[in-house]
Design a protein around this ligand. Structure first.
Ligand SMILES: [Zn+2]
Length: 1026
């Protein structure tokens, strides 16, 4: 027995020596594998997730500085990936973030560029997503999502990839954003032309259900209006976007075992590692339909030494395929998608969206909907400004040597990143985004001023570079800081106020500017007539904010503040401007009416009535609380209460350490904030508007405005600094309560576009276990939220992304500000405790903003939500110049519309008008209504392009996909059509027909966005002022 054992041992040693003699040298790994039918095919997708700012700024990540914060250098990634791909032509890699790629590309030699182009054309290197960043999906407005993906002006984004590499990205790759929007699925995937969309972060309960039923891969129908025409194949990763369980991380400092296949060295482990791989593959295959699975081989800032990953993947492919139980191959999401498509499988249909995201019972990522509210507003404000500035650039003509909106567009694109506008970046990174936006704004502001100067001096009638009229703008107008309007007009100088309207409809509005004198008058410069105006004393809370924030932002110490807001009604033609003259009043009769401060007329039943028009609010005379809303013109009469409350931010407890933080909302109790009756309840009455001023508590000031000519209530809030002396973080919300019976149902928008039905404590796709009854019912709100019952609907519109919900029937709430003292453990490693500093003195951030409320008869709210929603996104652009005694209207154009007498239909907005470098013009028209949303406006609309561009001849017009990198018809033909489980529902999808170049009429069905490249008979870059 013993001898025989020895013999066996000898045989084993001999065989080991024999094999080691043949394999100890050079091994040519066979990486040339392709899909094998009938086997489980493991698609290895090599990727690096490079955040365009998070713990470090975008530039710090690129160059690899500040590695003490995070060891990350994206230059290393791109450099080393290129050489690793050249070392084995079977290797593949995908790259996402164009913000980094552009930084790298411009530094490369022609020789390297040539090599990279070859890598792209051979399919070894593939661009996916293709935007500047992987945008967040909760906080961005859909126009910003489109712009950052297209970014047609800067030579980066989809058009750059097309021009430079001849490639059209096919795949949406949103692997890290914290929840996924319907607009991402149907607009930024299907309408862009993507064949599939992949991501990882969905609710943990949803994921478990999907694993059980093999529904991690689905067809997502994000638009109920566009139905199956905008279906997109959607793949959700089983765990996250990192390598699968089993030890497959291979950055140089990672700890997972590498394949040791040199028999002359210790720890030879080929078979063990092959087994690990096969186990992992079979486990994933168990929860996946078809015999194709994807291993996402990479994570944040990996591949800084790409060879360390590729060497291991080479070996895995070689040995796993020798083993033969599964088939491993280098792949990309495109190849994977094609394989899924070729399987001819049918897929479960998914509608609505993937909000909110939770990674555990107390881990609802719904705080970030409201994190950094001022930054969110800055991004939104500049988004609307950018749209207007691009129009004015078009009207003036693009001057290649002059000012452009490029820098603003670039900064806005980066700000859409999922750790930027989301509010989940470190403070120094938030500052970096704000700085970039400010630099971009400053250039755009000059361009806008120049363009307005040229347009008002139309007599030049030639290329206009230095108009005599100098228009100033006031970016701090919201805190009553505006030097031109605060000036003294007693010396014969008049203030010219120009209002530019970037919407395609005539617009009536009321504007407010700070003035110093109590005796001013306003003239409509078009007819020289005096118009009614009203003065409202600027309250102390605003004066304090103005003084502190002007010091903080501009370093200027102001000792004199303007005394009044001057409010006056304006009427501005579509895609054009009007001008008004403000001067010292010559007589008392012509002067602006001073608001009356005396106590309001109190009705017999103990209520104080507010509102100069048909809309009235009734406040309880004793409690000073809002009680009723009535609109006699619309026969609406509803009880309505408003209050403020805060949620104490949880710090976690023994059983679950989860704290409330930048990402996560985890309340630890709700605390009502009662108005202190000792604080005066000031009411201003006037001919244009009434205002109710309330110091709700020492850190909440609210102004409620009811205008004579508007049928909604405007609320302006000043919140902060949120006190933390009690060492409790606070998340501030305001709520409105009515007696409406809403049966748990409310509606919130998706990225400012479609409204999605929400049901409290319920999800469509699985039986929800509610652990966080407030946080688990919060949704992102970019346009608005509404509730309805059998008779009425109540809508709230917002001026930035905020979180909101309907926590009880008949109630809606918005979270306006958050100040927290603990990190929530999701990576940012900072508490969300924003401060503002003057010199070295820092206080908690005060946030200012507005929201808007209206109650309509049931079925009539959509028109207001859509129209006013556009007006909030695109406020009138206000510019000022001083006129020295002369008659403005005699020497200037006082009112102008680029569309002359035309205006767009009420259900259509022009969301892009942009002149490109070569003079081509990019135009996007958007239908604003969903199917069945409004009885009159959810219908096909027709736009006459001849009338948008009067006096210009359109030589050629090409309809493209949403990101303008391919013709629409070509995209339609190419895009994969996926099969859905069950019998297809009958649908009536309305889309506009092709545009006849001889008629130039564009039809738009509900929710349709159509994108065109227009070639005029002479390039718009030499466009003369009309
Ligand atoms: Zn990320």
């Amino acid at each position: 027995m013993a001898d025989r054992r020895l013999f066996t041992f000898m045989l084993f040693v001999l065989s080991a020596v024999c094999c080691s003699l043949t394999e100890a040298g050079y091994i040519s790994y066979n990486t040339n594998s392709v899909i094998v039918p009938g086997k489980i095919n493991v698609h290895l997708v090599a990727h690096s997730h490079d955040d365009v700012g998070w713990l470090k700024t975008v530039d710090q990540y690129y160059v690899g500085s500040k590695n003490e914060i995070q060891g990350a250098c994206v230059q290393n990634v791109l450099d080393s990936v290129v050489s690793a791909l050249l070392a084995d032509r079977n290797r593949r890699f995908i790259y996402v973030e164009q913000a980094f790629f552009q930084r790298w590309w411009r530094q490369q030699s022609d020789a390297t560029k040539k090599i990279v182009k070859e890598l792209v054309s051979s399919g070894q290197l593939e661009f996916i997503n293709g935007g500047m960043c992987m945008h967040d999906e909760a906080a961005p407005h859909y126009i910003d999502m489109i712009d950052q993906t297209t970014l047609i002006r800067q030579p980066f984004g989809h058009l750059f990839i097309k021009q430079e590499f001849g490639q059209i990205p096919r795949i949406g790759w949103q692997i890290d954003p914290f929840g996924h929007s319907a607009v991402q699925a149907y607009l930024l995937s299907a309408e862009v032309g993507f064949d599939a969309l992949y991501f990882s972060r969905i609710d943990y309960q949803d994921r478990e259900t999907r694993k059980k039923f093999k529904t991690l891969e689905i067809v997502w129908r994000g638009s109920k209006t566009l139905g199956s025409s905008s279906d997109v194949f959607t793949g959700i990763f089983p765990k996250n976007y990192e390598p699968p369980p089993g030890g497959f991380y291979f950055e140089v400092n990672d700890k997972d075992p590498v394949i040791q296949d040199d028999p002359l060295l210790f720890d030879y482990n080929v078979q063990e590692r092959v087994n690990d791989f096969v186990v992992s593959a079979l486990s994933q295959a168990n929860i996946t339909r078809t015999n194709h699975i994807m291993f996402t081989m990479g994570t944040d800032f990996k591949y800084q030494y790409a060879n360390s990953w590729f060497r291991q993947m080479d070996k895995f492919i070689h040995y796993v395929n020798q083993d033969g139980r599964v088939n491993a191959l280098y792949s990309t999401p495109s190849l994977y998608t094609d394989a899924k498509y070729a399987s001819n499988e049918t897929w479960t249909l998914k509608t609505d969206d993937f909000f909110p995201y939770a990674d555990g019972p107390n881990g609802y990522w719904t705080g970030y909907f409201s994190s950094r509210p001022s930054f969110k507003q800055y991004v939104r404000m500049l988004s609307g400004y950018n749209l207007a500035a691009k129009q004015l650039e078009f009207l003036k003509g693009r001057d290649s040597s002059g000012l452009t909106t490029d820098s603003l567009a670039d900064a806005l694109a980066i700000a859409q990143h999922h750790d930027a506008v989301s509010g989940t970046e470190q403070q120094h990174v938030a500052n970096d985004y704000a700085k970039r936006l400010f630099i971009g704004y400053t250039e755009a502001e000059k361009l806008v001023g120049l363009s307005l100067g040229c347009l008002t001096e139309s007599s030049l009638n030639s290329d206009c570079y230095s108009p005599k009229t100098n228009f100033e703008q006031c970016p701090l107008l919201n805190i009553s800081y505006c030097p031109p309007s605060e000036a003294d007009f007693s010396n014969g100088k008049d203030l010219v106020v120009l209002l530019y309207n970037s919407l395609g409809w005539k617009r009536d509005d009321v504007i407010r500017i700070p003035v110093s004198s109590d005796s001013v008058t306003v003239l409509d410069s078009a007819n020289g007539r005096e118009i009614e105006s009203q003065l409202l004393p600027i309250n102390e809370a605003s004066v304090r904010i103005r003084s502190q924030y002007v010091k903080a932002y501009l370093g200027e110490f102001l000792d004199v503040a303007p005394k009044f807001w001057l409010a006056f009604p304006v009427s501005v033609p579509p895609f054009g401007f009007s001008t008004y003259i403000v001067s010292n009043a010559r007589s008392q009769a012509s002067a602006a009416t001073m608001s009356s401060l005396h106590p309001s007329k109190e009705s017999n039943d103990g209520y104080i009535e507010i509102g100069p028009g048909e809309l009235k609010l009734l406040f309880n005379a004793n409690e000073h609380e809002l009680s009723y809303y009535t609109n006699s013109g619309r026969a609406v009469n509803s009880s309505l209460k408003q209050s403020y409350k805060f949620y104490a931010g949880s710090v976690g407890e023994y059983t679950d350490l989860q704290a409330s933080g930048a990402y996560v909302f985890r309340p630890d109790g709700t605390f009502p904030i009662k108005s202190d009756d000792k604080v005066p309840f000031n009411i201003l009455h006037g001919p244009i508007l009434d205002e109710v001023h309330q110091q709700i508590n020492p850190w909440i000031y609210q102004i409620t405005r009811v205008y004579k000519t508007k049928e909604h209530v405007e609320f302006e809030f000043l919140v902060g600094p949120i006190p933390i002396e009690d060492e409790t973080g606070k998340e501030l919300a305001t709520e409105f309560s009515t007696s409406m019976e809403t049966n748990k149902i409310f509606y919130t928008d998706s990225n400012g576009r479609d409204f999605i039905k929400r049901i409290r404590d319920y999800r469509t796709d699985w039986a929800l276990h509610v652990n966080q009854p407030v946080a688990g019912n919060y949704y992102p709100i970019n346009l608005g939220i509404y509730i309805e019952d059998d008779n009425t609907e109540l809508s709230l519109l917002v001026d930035r992304c905020v979180g909101g919900s309907s926590i009880q029937d008949g109630q809606v709430e918005l979270m306006l500000h958050r100040r927290l003292l603990h990190d929530d453990g999701k990576g940012v490693a900072e508490a969300l405790n924003e401060r503002v500093c003057v010199k070295n003195e820092c206080t908690g951030l005060t946030v200012q903003g507005k929201f808007y409320l209206r109650i309509d008869p049931l079925g009539e709210g959509a028109n207001w939500r859509r129209t006013t929603g556009q007006e909030i996104y695109s406020p009138l652009l206000v510019a000022f110049t001083v006129q020295d005694g002369g008659n403005w209207a005699n020497s200037h154009v006082s009112t102008f519309s680029a569309m002359e007498s035309y205006s767009l239909p009420g259900n259509v907005a022009m969301i892009t008008l942009q002149v490109l470098k070569d003079g081509t013009v990019l135009l996007r028209l958007a239908h604003l209504y969903e199917v069945d949303e409004d009885k009159d406006l959810s219908i096909m609309a027709t736009v006459d392009l001849n009338k948008i561009f009067p006096g210009k001849k359109i030589l050629k017009i090409t309809e493209t996909n949403l990101s303008a990198n391919q013709e629409r018809s070509v995209m339609e033909k190419k895009r994969l059509k996926w099969r859905v489980d069950g019998t297809p529902a009958r649908e009536k999808i309305v889309r506009g027909g092709p545009v006849d170049p001889s008629k130039l009429l564009v039809e738009l069905g509900p929710m349709e966005i159509r994108t065109f490249l227009i070639y005029f008979d002479k390039p718009a870059s030499s466009h003369a002022v009309q």
